[in-house]
Design a protein around this ligand. Structure first.
Ligand code: FES
Length: 107
């Protein structure tokens, strides 16, 4: 397994509370969501079909809803599926914030 590489996802101000921010980093679609002050990072494509969650997703409390077919993921449980049709959890990525920037670790 390769070592995770750290990438700058953007400035802290680019990630307002409760919004989905999409980024293409290292050829990967990722989404970033600030929740209770902390920035979380997840795979940016739904695990049901490769639909961009930055376009079809909505945050409702601690849940991420994919409006393509109604799938729901739990943000606080690392992207666990709460409602099908997706069967697989949304992969999460380690994220850190320092010196006014958001960094994500991608392997
Ligand atoms: S593509 Fe997300 S629920 Fe179908």
């Amino acid at each position: 397994m390769s070592q995770p590489q750290i990438h700058v996802a953007g400035m802290s101000s680019d990630f307002p509370e409760g919004q989905i921010v999409g980024r293409l980093l290292e050829g990967k679609e990722l989404i970033f969501i600030r929740r209770s002050g902390s920035v979380l990072a997840f795979d940016g494509l739904c695990t049901h079909q490769p639909i961009k969650l930055s376009e079809f997703g909505e945050i409702l409390g601690g849940k991420l809803i994919c409006h393509a077919h109604g799938g729901v993921f739990d943000l606080d449980l690392g992207g666990e599926v709460l409602r099908e049709p997706p069967c697989d959890r949304l992969r999460s990525f380690r994220c850190e914030e320092s010196f006014g920037q958001v960094h994500v670790f991608i392997d």
